[in-house]
Design a protein around this ligand. Structure first.
Ligand code: SF4
Length: 455
């Protein structure tokens, strides 16, 4: 089932989520071991919570997450529906991290947000990391204070760029000054954990301007930075402009240079490069995203949200009106897709997810989650890729080398079962939330195939 020999070449810059189906912050994938049947999911231990609030001020041209301009009359019914779903689906398990995305949660009216946050806190108790995504243009003092008072302890701003013309290309509604103002307001409100999302490979962006955005972000002293290359997702305004020749994508070599420069700049500034696109101050890795990258379980609440619990991955209807109505009348039908991956597919996905981490596949954790030793399961791949200088492996971990990082998508492909054997890989795509393809907390990958070897 695994590819031990020939590998179908995949195109340059095909991110791994296109191989697996998109992986987003709220939408991790299979994992698990129930202690009885190797390869089955653990239905014990702590989980993550993801809550999707789909409203935004406007729609950004590159965004294919389920988000739409705020519909005033649906705010209260949406909050009621979310609370009902939480009441029905809360598995009563301890929660290691909460992530509220969208959409732009901070565009919600304060009263609505307060009610929702209180309900979440009442169910989960105090949680080590509770993140809310925010747009710099909708993060005022009162809203940030409300978040902090409600128990939220991490805020993630969709900064994206420190250049007004680049923000305009992205259809972002904030200007660069809003970013520093928002970070200062967040610190004043008591947030000790602040993330900034940045986008590179924006049409027209130079290496020097990307470096400038990085340095201006560093100057704001965030605790975490997520840096994603702009992706051209289907059915987005940006992709239509590209197809019409009205937008010229960034040159691939330049994009690879930007990726390498990101690592250099942020490492020099004291950030730990811990996942392909993510950087953290010591002790500030994103716990919510680590759940996905370690292929653990999570509950997704809200329209389009994806869950992975008890071995079953499911996705909610991506339509806020339908979601509200369904939660009133027939809550069970809010889940429009549900699947259970077979053990081989699950092991491949777990390997790929963990390979995104700079620490790579934790051998002991992989054994715990899947019931098999990855060193034995992937012995052929490890031998071949190690001989090519793309991978290193010992009894503790299997990880990409710095050269392997640049060709990560091709290396990861080696660990997957034939994609045709992954049931519903595309359909299982976790619906994005917040600022995307590149946005707050998004887990999209930037993978560069520069000097890609023939695998
Ligand atoms: S990128 Fe973020 S802010 Fe923009 S439309 Fe998408 S979810 Fe909303």
């Amino acid at each position: 089932m695994y590819r031990h020999e020939a590998v179908t070449p995949i195109a340059r810059h095909v991110p791994i989520y296109r191989v697996l189906g998109r992986i987003s912050r709220y939408g991790p994938r299979e994992r698990g071991y129930n202690g009885v049947m190797p390869g089955n999911i653990a239905s014990h231990g702590s989980i993550g919570w993801y809550v999707h609030l789909p409203f935004c001020s406007t729609k950004c041209g590159y965004c294919d997450f389920y988000s739409l301009p705020t519909i005033g009359e649906l705010v209260e019914p949406l909050i009621a529906a979310l609370r009902e779903e939480m009441r029905l689906r809360d598995p009563g398990r301890s929660v290691r991290a909460i992530f509220i995305g969208g959409g732009t949660p901070t565009v919600m009216p304060a009263d609505a947000l307060r009610v929702l946050l209180a309900d979440i806190r009442g169910r989960t108790g105090t949680v080590g990391e509770w993140t809310v995504e925010a747009n710099p243009s909708s993060s005022d003092e009162l809203k940030l204070a409300l978040l902090r008072e409600s128990g939220v302890n991490r805020v993630s701003f969709g900064a994206q760029s420190f250049h007004a013309d680049e923000l305009a290309v992205l259809d972002r509604i904030h200007d660069p000054s809003h970013i520093s103002t928002s970070v200062k307001l967040a610190r004043a409100a008591g947030f000790e954990n602040v993330n900034l999302d940045l986008i590179y490979a924006i049409p027209g962006q130079s290496l020097a301007r990307w470096r400038d955005s990085l340095r201006r972000a560093i100057d704001l002293a965030p605790d975490h930075l997520s840096c994603y290359a702009l992706m051209y997702e289907s059915n987005t305004a940006m992709t239509r402009l590209r197809e019409q020749g009205r937008v010229t994508p960034c040159d691939e070599e330049l994009e690879a240079d930007m990726f390498e420069m990101t690592i250099e700049e942020l490492s020099r500034a004291g950030f730990e490069h811990y996942e392909i696109s993510n950087f953290a101050r010591p002790g500030r890795r994103c716990a919510a995203n680590m759940i996905y990258w370690e292929n653990r379980e999570y509950l997704g609440i809200g329209p389009s949200a994806v869950s992975y619990l008890d071995g079953v991955r499911s996705r909610n209807v991506a339509d806020v009106r339908k979601y509200v109505e369904i939660m009133r009348t027939d809550p069970a039908s809010a889940v429009i897709e549900s699947e259970r991956l077979d053990s081989m597919a699950r092991r491949g996905e777990t390997a790929v997810q963990m390979l995104r981490l700079i620490d790579g596949i934790d051998v002991a954790l992989f054994c715990e989650l899947t019931g098999v030793d990855p060193c034995e399961l992937f012995a052929d791949q490890i031998a071949r890729l190690s001989s090519m200088g793309l991978l290193t492996a010992d009894e503790r971990c299997i990880r990409l080398t710095s050269h392997g990082l640049l060709v990560a998508n091709r290396v990861m492909q080696e660990f997957l079962p034939d994609s045709s054997t992954i049931p519903g890989a595309a359909a299982a795509t976790p619906t994005p939330a917040a600022s995307a393809g590149t946005s707050p907390g998004t887990i999209r990958l930037t993978i560069h195939d520069r000097q890609a070897p023939a695998l």
